[in-house]
Design a protein around this ligand. Sequence first.
Ligand code: ADP
Ligand code: MG
Length: 366
Amino acid sequence: MAEAMIEFHSVTKRYQGGQPAVDNLTMSIDKGSITVFVGPSGCGKTTSLRMINRMVEPTSGTITVGGRDVTSVPAAELRRSMGYVMQSSGLMPHRSVLDNIATVPRLNGVSKAEARRRAQELLDVVGLAQVLGKRYPSQLSGGQQQRVGVARALAADPPVLLMDEPFSAVDPVVRDELQQELLRLQRDLAKTIVFVTHDIDEATVLGDKVAVFSVGGKLAQYATPEEILRAPASDFVASFVGRDRGFRHLAFSPSDGVSLHAVPTISRAELDAGAAASADADWLLVVDADSRPLGWASAGGGSGLIPGGSLFRKGDTLRRALDAALSSPSGLGVAVDGHGKVVGVLKADEVLSVIEAARLTRQGAH
Ligand code: ADP
Ligand code: MG
């Protein structure tokens, strides 16, 4: 039997005394393996993950890591002893890539020179060119930023890596690359990785074991991917897995029925000059001189350029169309032409209706 690294014993979390976000969770996570938490939005995946490093404290129950009750370790120390990667890379914008990667070793008292040398090695480990080390996060693509996030999490060589939807905001093609890269890395590193996703495909590709959560923070099934696909433990798991199977067929359907809408755009210079604040639209698409998308600006906020989601091209599948809309901070998927120029945006609810119509047609045909 595999050795346990992380154990949940009857762990429940209620926020402000409401319904449980996580309900009486008991599970054991194997050392040196990838365990994936998967399930629909709001089912307690992030809460469960964050209780491991005490970013969230359980209402009742205990969690042990390496046999030690996590509450016996000061929260700050515990957090630094585990790598953490999020969906938004969470990098510090005014620090170079190398300095971002070196953050935790520096906090742990490693000298600046040594921390930077290690950071440089890590660029290689995560497949980034050395020259990128001197750049700032905003000068990297979304996929490159996520690689930096992984490098930063690995910098102190922690035995445990917690990853919360780290690849959800990048293009599906880049996402596949990052998944393969993580599997390759894991073959060398053999970390204990807990990985959260809402995507059953991602879960089955990455997980040695998969924990399916259902609404209300209940563990619905915990098994190998093969077993979950072959023998779902309940109607809920079957429908969660099956819904996606239906979806996978749709991956082959062309997206011709999806409408494109006009979108207000501004340049980077206009954004920096504060032009977004006076716009009438909620979201403005920031484009370069060749009309290629750079990201989004929110009319209300002065938060600058917000990295965009995946892009959509004419003829792409419905799945990619939906992915573009759902991964975009504005909820609008950006469509580009063959030169990468913006041709419009698509809306998630409209893509979903086209998917629903396609599904009904398919059912009618059977
Ligand atoms: P998931 O990651 O699966 O989407 P979460 O763990 O983020 O789920 O959330 C589980 C439930 O707990 C949801 O109903 C969510 O609204 C609630 N929740 C999460 N964080 C907080 C919080 N800080 N305060 C109150 N409720 C929260
Ligand atoms: Mg979450």
